[in-house]
Design a protein around this ligand. Structure first.
Ligand code: NDP
Length: 293
């Protein structure tokens, strides 16, 4: 079997076109969705991510602003800055690029963001809402995975979904979203005994490990759908995923490549969440249940 490639760029473009139409509709109500991105310090990779997020906003007519702060910024100053963004009505979404430099507390900063502007979905209120299926802002990467499955018409209900990884930003929220969609979900991690056996029982396998080419083709059930969240840089500078793509593609029915798979979807879902935050300010706002339907 040679797997169908699930093209994250194509799917991302599809959703961006839909979001652009909604941005245009909002303009008739005098609203332009606005995202503020805060970056502390000078980590080059984070700067690239932040620039890409700002560019993506502009590409669909949304407003964005980037706030670079020095790595010497104190916790109190960072919190105070986030609070000024909370108070600005034209800013609908706030994102603080993580991880923060050493000495700053990621969690405290996330909690300083007003929950209704937490478009990353990491605030306690939004994480809690996710657990009871009511999250207004599902975390962008796992939400992007759900949108890819939806776009491809892949049945989730009744399927066994295995997730490798239990991080707060990918593995755990992915489990909640797949559970909501009717999958039977198994979450594996570094303490899991006999990981390949769990993988072999997966109809949908999501790898979010952070280890290059970790999942081998012979771990995969023939016909399974394989979603590779991993982004790893090899010594030669090339990017690869957590799944050994070539051996896996021989066995799977569908697979996401790296790059060009889940990555583009993450930013697109950030746009979607920011747009939703702006739409939620309208008097006749549509609820999240409708949005996820
Ligand atoms: P974390 O490091 O926070 O989590 C990795 C998870 O993998 C942990 O739960 C860990 O288990 C588990 N793990 C590590 N080694 C093993 C092992 N040998 N066997 C089984 N499980 C193992 O990473 P993230 O969730 O933040 O990211 C995962 C990957 O996804 C990374 O490559 C990252 O770059 C990528 N990523 C991609 C995004 C995108 O837009 N496409 C967005 C976010 C992340 P334990 O908890 O026991 O330590």
């Amino acid at each position: 079997m040679t797997a169908k490639i699930i093209d994250g760029k194509v799917i991302s473009d599809f959703f961006r076109a839909e979001y652009k139409r909604r941005v245009d509709r909002l303009a008739s109500s005098g609203i332009r969705p606005g995202l503020a991105v805060v970056i502390v310090g000078d980590d080059p990779a984070s700067q690239v991510y932040v620039r890409n997020k700002a560019k993506a906003c502009e590409s669909i007519g949304m407003y964005s602003e980037v706030h670079p702060l020095p790595s010497t910024t104190s916790q109190a100053a960072l919190t105070a800055f986030v609070e000024t963004l909370n108070a600005r009505p034209e800013i609908h979404g706030i994102l603080v690029q993580l991880p923060l430099p050493k000495g700053l507390d990621d969690r405290a900063v996330i909690e300083a963001i007003a929950a209704e502007k937490d478009v990353d979905g990491f605030h306690y209120a939004n994480m809690g809402a996710l657990v009871i299926d009511e999250s207004p802002y599902p975390p962008c990467t796992p939400y992007g995975v759900m949108k890819m499955l939806e776009y491809e018409g892949i049945t989730i209900e009744g399927k066994h979904a295995v997730i490798i990884g239990r991080s707060n930003i990918v593995g755990k929220p992915q489990a909640m979203l797949l559970l909501k969609a009717g999958a039977t979900v198994t979450v594996c991690h570094s303490k899991t005994q006999d990981l390949p056996a769990f993988c072999r029982s997966a109809d949908i396998l999501v790898a979010a490990v952070g280890r290059p080419n970790f999942v081998e083709g012979h771990w995969i059930k023939p016909g399974a759908v394989v979603i590779d969240v991993g982004i790893n840089r090899l010594p030669d500078g090339k990017l690869c995923g957590d799944v050994d793509y070539h051996s896996a593609a021989e066995v799977a029915s569908a697979i996401t490549p790296v790059p060009g798979g889940v990555g583009p979807m993450t930013i697109t879902m950030l746009l979607g969440n920011t747009l939703h935050a702006a739409e939620a300010t309208l008097p006749n706002a549509v609820g999240m249940e409708t949005r996820l339907a």
